[in-house]
Design a protein around this ligand. Structure first.
Ligand code: SDX
Length: 430
């Protein structure tokens, strides 16, 4: 029996259908609300608004559950790899051996940027933020692929998707090298995805960078854990742009821009800056916690809190464990890790955070692992973008394959001046 929602407005009763997802999530379908009642809904920040039905990722924020195409993140983190998970997210099933080899070959065949792209790097000031370069270069690289436009965007999707996943890594590494005044290092066909990224980042013309296996595993895990996260700010941005039938590269470049904000993907950089500030001030963290609770301080405990998770972010738990394992394997310590652990301990026992259900999120420990690998702080959000690329592409594909897809165009409630007549300059105030 289908459940309906009834709304009483102006002495009339209106009925609306409801829908239920495969995990029991429920929604009131209000597509006829305005035509029936003249009203729209208003939900600042979309905390209660579903923008789409999607089959890619499931999150239960109360239970701290995250699944990619039904597979628990804990299992994928332990048994899978970033490239296998990328295929899973985009194509909806775990690849056969042949499918994975073909996908990996496609990434290798499409990993080199068009040679003319190098000139664009020359144009950026040396201290440009790599997220600005990343979004610009993703769009610039699309100029070299006229087949991206129009229906070819759909027909040659597999090539474009592989090109984007592969090149986002090359662009990131080139941006880093340029920002340090270093010669760019080209990818090696024999190298797999993650080793090739580290090779392009850290190998020198005279010395090959040879990462330890624990470093490779930790970085691949970081990419895997960031691969998708349902309708977060940047993925919703990608869907918004894709809904106008813009091409894949334009949609991804928009996603990079949304991810950059410190409330979203930029939080991993903000966490390390926060930990450095606490470390430099000699504070043991307690003073900072008090400031983060004070609305007037303008400070937040970065890496804590989440719009959906009202429990521990499962990714944060996995990253924290991987952090400990990496530090043991590399025989290293980091005062920032100790500060982070103290902050977590203090916050999880503080009523302010407990009452608001604020727990560590994916960004709280990810920066510490990236630091240990030798990634510079300003590159942290770029690595988040590399990891999130398959999720953005999967959401783009879901839109272009949906025959019911239409351009996203929200409404608003206007609160500006009511009608008024033009005032000639001579009649205006000074
Ligand atoms: C990511 O959406 C996703 O899935 C994102 C992501 C992904 O994989 O794509 O998971 C990645 O972006 C993780 C979040 C990274 N951002 C941060 O760590 C920045 C710090 N966190 C916050 O700014 C905040 O928690 C957000 C942005 C993450 C969530 O913001 P909401 O849901 O809008 O919550 P809110 O700002 O309305 O906060 C509710 C209350 C407020 O206090 P009251 O007004 O109720 O008194 O909690 C407080 C906030 O002041 N609060 C915090 C806090 N986060 C929320 N107070 C101090 N420190 C914090 N971190």
């Amino acid at each position: 029996m289908s459940i309906t929602a009834k709304i009483h407005l102006g002495g009339k009763e209106f009925e609306f259908p409801t829908t239920e997802g495969s995990e029991g999530e429920k929604a009131i379908e209000i597509s006829s609300l305005r035509s029936k009642t003249g009203y729209i809904t208003l939900d600042e920040g979309y905390g209660n608004t579903g923008s789409c039905c999607s089959a890619i990722t499931y999150i239960d924020g109360d239970k701290g559950i995250l699944r990619y195409r039904g597979y628990p993140i804990e299992e994928l983190a332990e048994k899978s790899s970033f490239i296998e998970v990328s295929f899973l997210l985009i194509y909806g099933h775990l690849p056969s051996r042949d499918e994975l080899r073909r996908f990996s070959d496609l990434l290798t065949q499409n990993q080199v940027l068009h040679e003319n792209m190098k000139h664009h790097f020359e144009g950026f000031p040396q201290d440009s933020h790599p997220m600005a370069m990343l979004s610009a270069m993703i769009n610039a690289s699309s100029c070299f692929y006229p087949g991206l436009m129009g229906s070819a965007n759909r027909e040659r999707f597999d090539i474009h998707a592989a090109r984007l996943i592969s090149q986002v890594r090359t662009i990131a590494a080139f941006s880093y090298r340029k920002s340090r005044g270093l010669p760019i290092t080209y990818p090696k066909p024999a190298y797999k995805y993650t080793p090739n990224f580290l090779h392009m980042m850290f190998s020198e013309p005279y010395a090959e960078y040879e990462p330890k296996v624990e470093v490779l595993r930790a970085l691949d895990l970081i990419f895997l854990l960031h691969a998708d996260h349902e309708q977060n700010c940047s993925t919703s941005t990608v869907r918004m742009v894709a809904s106008s039938q813009a091409n894949l590269f334009a949609s991804a470049a928009a996603g990079v821009c949304a991810l950059w904000g410190p409330l979203h993907g930029g939080a991993n950089q903000a966490v390390i800056e926060m930990l450095n500030e606490i470390h430099a001030s000699g504070d043991d963290g307690r003073r900072f916690i008090e400031e983060a609770k004070d609305k007037n301080s303008g400070k937040r405990l970065m890496g804590f809190g989440h719009r959906v998770y009202r429990n521990y972010d499962p990714r944060a738990r996995i990253i924290k464990k991987a952090c400990d394992a990496l530090f043991k394997a590399l025989h290293i310590t980091d005062p920032l890790l100790e500060i982070a652990q103290r902050l977590e301990e203090a916050a999880l026992n503080d009523s302010y955070f407990v009452e608001r259900k604020l727990y560590p999120n994916v960004d709280f420990y990810s920066g510490i692992i990236m630091r240990a690998i030798g990634i510079p702080t300003e590159m942290f959000t770029v690595l988040f973008a590399i990891g999130r690329m398959p999720g953005w592409i999967a959401n783009f594909k879901e839109i272009i394959e949906d025959p019911k897809s239409r351009i996203n165009r929200p409404r608003q409630i206007y609160v500006g001046p009511t009608v008024q007549s033009y005032v000639p300059m001579e009649e205006r105030g000074k």
